[in-house]
Structure formats: C-alpha cells, structure tokens
Design a protein around this ligand. Structure first.
Ligand code: ADQ
Length: 458
C-alpha cells in the first residue's frame, strides 16, 4: 500500500493523555495515515516577522510524521486572512457582497501555495499518494506539477462550490479552476457542488464533463466526485449515552428542568445564519404563548476569525441581539436565550445535544454541517429529539428525517420549531431511526476510505 501524505492548512497533532478527544475528521485521517504510514503537513499556526520562516518542525508519532511550517506575518495576512477567508470563503458561501479583492492578497495566496509545495516536495517519495484539503490550498497540485511531480494527488473541498455566476465575479476564478484541473481526483461534499463545478468549466468553455465522472480541462483529464463527509457516529453516540453522569451535563439538565431545550452549536460565522435563527426563535415564542417560560434556547458559539472585521462585527451583533430578545420576551424567572462563547469538549457536547428536544441547525449555506449529524447521533433512541435543518446545508441532502427549513424564512423556521416541539414520540422515533441508520453506515471512516479508494484508482 502506498504511503499517504495529507496536506491541510492546519494539522491536528495527536492527543495527549487527558486531552479531550479530537473531532471525527482528525481521527479518521490519523487512522488512515497510521495504517498506511505517512506525513501530515500544514501550517503550525505560528507566524514571525522574519523574511523566511524557520525550517519545518517534524514530529513522529507511530507511523505518522507531522511536518509543521511557520509562515511570515505577511503570508498569514495575505494568504489566510486575506484571500482564503475574505475572498474564497464568502464566494464559496454565495456572499458576493462580502468578498474583498486585493491584488496583494491574491498574489500572497498563490505565493504561499508555492511555498508549501517547496517545503513538501523534498519529503515525498515517488509512489506517495497526496491528499490536499480545502480552499486554502487549491493551487498546491499545480505548484507540485510545475516541479515535475507525477504522484497521484487528490483534493477535497470541505465547503460549498458556487454556481458559475457567483464564481465568475472573482477576478482570479480561472486560475482557481485551472488549479483544480491539476489534481487526479477533485471531491466535493454534494452532487450539487460537483454539478456547479462542472457547469462552470463548461460555461467558461474551458472544460467538459465526460462519462464516468471524468472531467477534462486545460488539456488534463481528471475525476470529479462527491463524498459527503460523516462523523464518528458510533463513538459519538457512545459519548452521549455516557454523558448522563457528567457533572456539567447534569447541571445543565437540572437548570432546564420542566422546559424544552433547543440547542444551536456553531462557530461564529455569517454562513451559519445565527441572527436569522435568533429571529426565528423570537418569532416562535411570540406566536406560541403556550410555550412562554416553557423553552430554553442554548446557543453555543466559540468565537472564530476575530481578525477579520466582519467576524468582529458579528460577535457584537449576535451578543446584542441575544440580549435584546431576552429583554423583550424574558421574565424575572425565565432567560429564554443562553448564549455561550466557548468551546466544549466532545463528550460534554454530545450530552448537551441529547438533552435537547430540538437541534436547530440553520446555516444560510454550508458544505455539509457536522453539527446536524452529531445532534442526530447523540439522541436517546427511546426519546429522540427533532432536527430542524436548513435546506442549504449539504447535510440536508442526506438527513431526510429532519424538518427542512429555508433559514431566510423566519416564520417558516418558527413554525418548524413549533412542529418539532409538538411532534409525537412515534414520529420522532421514525424520523430519527432513518437518519441514524444512514449515519452509522456512512460514517467518517467510510468517507475517508471511499475517497482514498477512488484516488488510488484515479
Ligand atoms: P465548519 O464550518 O467548522 O466546517 P461544521 O461542519 O458544523 O462546520 O463543524 C463544526 C465542528 O466544530 C463540529 O464538529 C462541532 O461539534 C464543532 N463545534 C462547533 N462549536 C463548538 C463548540 N462551542 N465547542 C466544541 N465544538 C464545537 C467545515 C465546513 C462544513 C463541513 C466541515 C467538515 O464549513 O460545511 O461540514 O468543514 O467537512
């Protein structure tokens, strides 16, 4: 079996004893690397003012070597905050209005990808299989090919791929599409993202979709596929079951005694639709007086990307909105919204999902959304809760037992909350059973194996 080399913007180092367990994606990639032997390369998260970052820092654990590179401050500003998070992220989430193009940032993005390629190449063997992750590193294969590398290289995009009319507003869209044609396999979360990508190639007159999932553009033939990412379903269900004895989960349970809990868990990001969701909750309470003082909405949202102005602004907006709604509908003995800005370990998170009667997952656009899957996996089969899910999350194409909503439709989402809270046990069990069966079969290990199987065969 060939050695596997994973490249991603950030690397998850192995857990030390006593650490909270890592997320499913990291665990699955580490397992694949351990089995085949391999390297995981990425940015260390550190930056310095030096012109040239320090040499790669290498750590070997078992069969895996972790290769971490620092970046310069300018690199981080231009490549990471600049182009990746202020151009590609909004464009891929259909937010043309938030994209900020700058020549400097675009150049920085391609420069850092070249830098990654130069740091990676000396570590590679001829028959290594290389798996590149996500929007930060789209041009990496082109840079490696330029250096003469013939290895099999696959790419997986964790976020959505937009339709041509959205993508083409980006000045360097052609270079980005060209970058993808240097891979042997390009994987998306859903058939919809793949169709958008193939449609863009055809629209621009630079490529064609052939039989058997093959695509051709810029004189290269490569494979396009969709691989909906899963979670560590069985392990997560187990955390949830065992969490009943956890002190934090017990305290949370006590504190919502006699009320239905609604839970939202998201990184603070405009794509997650948090403000629309708070509006929908407020509308639900106002239009269902019978539920006054009978529901608690817990929104757990660790801050992210605070260096980007839109995110900093959003932190203020959401906090103010939660305060305003609590002021408007709360009473002396009822705080309707609990808004928490911290990260929570997976076993406790699983326990909190299990306490919640409704999992409210309403992104405006999301590649997949793992929270939706975690919420389902955490439920008690005897008394499962209801998933209210945005139709614009990749997960909506799989989780057919959810109540699907349009997150822009505040009243529609409020109605779905009401329907979920009033749903009879039998219907909840039937819907949950269908989703859980799917999640057990399509877990993150299967996702990883499916992608690697197709990459090996590509
Ligand atoms: P994200 O945008 O980060 O991922 P998501 O899929 O929901 O979105 O994953 C978030 C993860 O962070 C979940 O595992 C969740 O449990 C965890 N998390 C969120 N808030 C937390 C908190 N307060 N404490 C602890 N953990 C928390 C990107 C894409 C998604 C895609 C994934 C994987 O945007 O669409 O599903 O990658 O491919």
């Amino acid at each position: 079996m060939s050695r596997l080399v994973v490249v991603s913007n950030r690397v998850t180092l192995p857990q030390k004893s006593g650490d909270a367990p890592a997320g499913g994606l990291a665990v699955a990639l580490q397992a694949a690397l351990e089995e085949r032997g391999g390297i995981w390369m990425g940015w260390s998260g550190k930056s310095s003012g030096a012109k040239e970052p320090a040499p790669l820092a290498m750590q070997t654990h078992g069969n895996i070597t972790y290769a971490l590179t620092d970046l310069t401050k300018t690199d981080v500003e231009e490549y990471y905050h600049g182009f990746a998070n202020r151009v590609l992220w909004p464009i891929c989430h259909y937010r043309l209005d938030l994209a900020e193009y700058g020549r400097k940032e675009m150049a920085g993005y391609f420069r850092v990808n070249r830098f990654f390629a130069h740091r990676l190449a000396p570590l590679l063997r001829e028959d290594d299989i290389i798996w590149v992750h996500d929007y930060h590193l789209i041009p990496l294969a082109a840079e490696l090919r330029q250096m003469g590398l013939k290895n099999r290289i696959g790419f997986f995009l964790h976020i959505p791929w937009p339709p041509a009319d959205v993508l083409f507003t980006m000045p360097v869209h052609e270079e980005i599409m060209k970058g993808l044609s240097h891979y042997d396999l390009v994987g998306f979360q859903t058939d919809h993202d793949l169709a958008n990508f193939a449609g863009g190639l055809v629209r621009e007159g630079i490529g064609e979709a052939l039989e058997g999932g093959k695509l051709t553009s810029y004189g290269r033939t490569f494979k396009g596929g969709f691989y909906p990412i899963g979670i560590e379903t069985a392990a997560f269900a187990d955390y949830a079951k065992k969490a009943a004895t956890n002190l934090i989960v017990r305290k949370a349970k006590q504190s919502v005694e006699g009320r239905d809990l609604i839970i939202g868990v998201d990184r603070l990001d405009y794509s997650k639709g948090i403000t629309q969701r708070l509006d929908a909750f407020e509308h639900f309470v106002k239009s269902n007086p019978g539920h006054h003082n009978r529901v608690t909405y817990l929104q757990i949202t660790p801050k992210s990307r605070s260096e980007v102005p839109e995110y900093e602004q959003m932190q203020r907006t959401v906090a103010e909105q939660a305060g305003r709604v609590n002021g408007a509908i709360g009473t002396v003995d009822w705080v309707p919204i609990r808004y928490i800005n911290r990260s929570i370990g997976r076993p406790v998170l699983a326990g909190l999902y299990r306490l919640a009667r409704i999992g409210l997952v309403t992104p405006l656009r999301d590649g997949m959304n793992l929270v939706a899957k975690e919420y389902v996996a955490a439920q008690d089969p005897e008394n499962p809760g209801v998933l209210v899910l945005s139709r614009f999350a990749g997960a909506a194409r799989e989780l057919r037992g959810a109540l699907l909503v349009n997150p822009y439709d505040i009243e529609g989402t409020a109605n779905a909350i009401a329907r979920g809270i009033n749903m009879p046990l039998e219907e909840r069990q039937e819907r949950w059973g269908r989703m859980m069966e799917h999640l057990l079969e399509h877990d993150v290990t299967r996702w990883c194996n499916d992608f690697l199987r197709d990459l090996t065969a590509a």
